[in-house]
Design a protein around this ligand. Sequence first.
Ligand SMILES: [Zn+2]
Length: 236
Amino acid sequence: MNAVAKALELPGAFILGAGAVSSKSVGMNAELMPLVVTASEGKLAVNGSYLASINPADGKCLQEKYSDKYRDCDFGLLGNLYACEGKPGKVLEVKASRRTGEYSLVTCLRKTLENHYSDKSLALGGTFIIQKGKAKIHIMPREFSSCPLNSNEDVNNWLKHFIVSAPLICQSVLVSRDPDLDLRVEHTHCFSHHGEGGHYYIDTTPDIVEYVGYFLPAEFVYRIDRPEMTHKTGRD
Ligand SMILES: [Zn+2]
């Protein structure tokens, strides 16, 4: 993430979002909830990230604070990162309760932007809290798949799914439509103060769910290290 901040010409960037840990750093595959102030002149990076892996003891979610064990600011596989200066200022406040449709809060935000700005691509980053209810998440296994995952079904069978409880702190990066950069158009990871976290899909308690979130539109979208060969598998 220090290298990302450098590429953005934003030293000391405050970064949040959704990604995977660097398996080289951590020694396994795991979900990453990045929360980092990157290094700047004379100042070391501050890494407040969380990671969630499958606990080998019971097969359940194991959420840890990154800085309790690891010292770097690396990530692996992919990262959908929102970087800002970390200063106070105007933000978008989003409050919602009860879900009446099939889409998650993040997908609703994205589709609303997509419909309203029909000729533009608009990106948002930010954080929201699921204050009440439960949510569906996944956590990748500690071991990478030994065989290729060629379909969404393959990916879903490889992932471990869980239902987790509020309060959940979620970090979202979304773009209303892909501006031909081969982007994942939305990605949200969550963590909590009760040991649950991972890749967020949607709440599972539409009648009682409550959300409050804060977002900011992006000035720029950067595509770093774009793969030469692409596919659409496992993007949901
Ligand atoms: Zn994810």
